[in-house]
Design a protein around this ligand. Structure first.
Ligand code: DAH
Length: 366
């Protein structure tokens, strides 16, 4: 006798059908449908398991139960098929509802760009590399010995004054120059100490440019406590000022345009003799046909633009750097990179380069 409290197979079957009907609407894709089919009708599926109980049912009930099984099986299979179609419909409806705004303007990504001073520095390096110069740099914190002494600055040269030079207290345990009992460090005030470093470490021939940042205790509308210079040094047998002038012509021609004049004006720098400042013909008010200058604000009506300092390396500098001045001669030059950038890009105020104002920097997209 079947016990009334134990559910009979038909009840169990109905339960499974209800479970299927509850699960079906939750299914969102083909994989889900397949899993559902396996769960109920697979080899180990719940309905398949119930079917195995058929053998235990009295023969007179088998037919009815068999029909009940078939009905549930059809319900499951039919349900899965119907849900499959429904899902296709839903996907299509979703696709149709999707609106693509073809007039939408995406926000442009703002690409960064090289700082105009840095790109000017790179362009200068390029010009001098083509002329056969190697490009070197040196440390910003420099020993006073290299920044001044070996460049033949007198001990009381005004440039060493606190007004111009940032003196640095050396970190504990750090020694500066050899034999110097009170080592003194400075933020390099010019790129010329790279000359010293190069001559101390390389025998001639030497042909280098040294671009980099320098520091001076100086701050007004046309001076910044931090700026950049580029230094040139050429040392070999028989080097003359004619080579210097030819190099300056080549540089000015490559950087500002061919055909511009270059001139020297005698000047004093402790590390050169003779020393000269060099100017280039103002490219901004020069008449292309006559080559004459009309005069303009940039050249202060003179027709000439001051660029930098130069001269023949002083024998005292050679001796301080271990080079025999009876065998070798050489020249050097140095000038400011910001000034070149101002001229090249027509930037009226030096401070624009250091304020980080995007409205300014965005105008230099390279
Ligand atoms: N160092 C100098 C300065 O900062 C510039 C200079 C002048 C560099 C003459 C040189 C040179 O190499 O020969 O004012």
């Amino acid at each position: 006798m079947a016990n009334d409290s134990t559910p009979n197979t038909e009840d169990l079957l109905r339960e499974q059908q209800q479970a299927f009907e509850a699960a079906l609407p939750e299914v969102e894709d083909d994989e889900g449908l397949y899993a559902l089919q396996v769960r109920f009708l697979g080899k180990k599926g719940s309905i398949t398991k119930l079917r195995k109980l058929m053998g235990k049912v009295p023969p007179d009930q088998r037919r009815a139960l068999g029909q009940a099984f078939n009905a549930v099986k059809q319900t499951v299979e039919g349900g899965i098929e119907a849900r499959k179609l429904e899902l296709v419909e839903l996907a299509r409806a979703r696709e149709l509802a999707r609106r693509v705004d073809l007039s939408f303007q995406p926000q442009r990504r703002r690409a960064g760009s090289g700082h105009p001073v840095l790109s000017t520095r790179r362009q200068l390096e390029q010009v001098f590399r083509r002329l056969g110069f190697d490009v070197l740099d040196g440390p910003h914190v420099e020993v006073e010995d290299y920044n001044f002494d070996r460049l033949n600055f007198e001990p009381d040269h005004p440039a060493r004054d606190m007004q111009d030079t940032f003196f640095i207290t050396p970190p504990e345990g750090v020694e500066a120059g050899e034999g110097d009992s009170s080592p003194s460090f400075v933020l390099r005030t010019h790129t010329s100490p790279v000359q010293v470093r190069t001559m101390l470490s390389h025998p001639p021939p030497i042909k280098i440019v040294a671009p980099g940042t320098v520091f001076r205790n100086d701050d007004d509308p046309t001076h910044s406590p931090m700026f950049n210079q580029i230094e040139g040094l050429y040392v070999d047998r028989g080097v003359t000022m004619a080579d210097l002038k030819a190099t300056l012509y080549a540089f000015v021609g490559a950087f500002f345009g061919e055909g511009l004049e270059v001139r020297f004006r005698p000047s004093f720098f402790p590390f050169v003799e003779p020393g000269a400042e060099f100017d280039m013909q103002c490219p901004f008010c020069r008449d292309e046909h006559t080559g004459e200058n009309a005069g303009c604000g940039l050249c202060k009506q003179t027709g000439w633009i001051e660029i930098g300092g130069s001269g023949m390396v002083h024998p005292a500098v050679f001796e301080a750097c271990g080079i025999d001045s009876s065998v070798y001669t050489g020249w050097a030059f140095g000038f400011g990179i910001e000034r070149m950038a101002m001229l090249r890009y027509a930037v009226p105020n030096l401070k624009h380069f250091f304020e980080g104002d995007q409205r300014v920097l965005e105008q230099f997209p390279c």
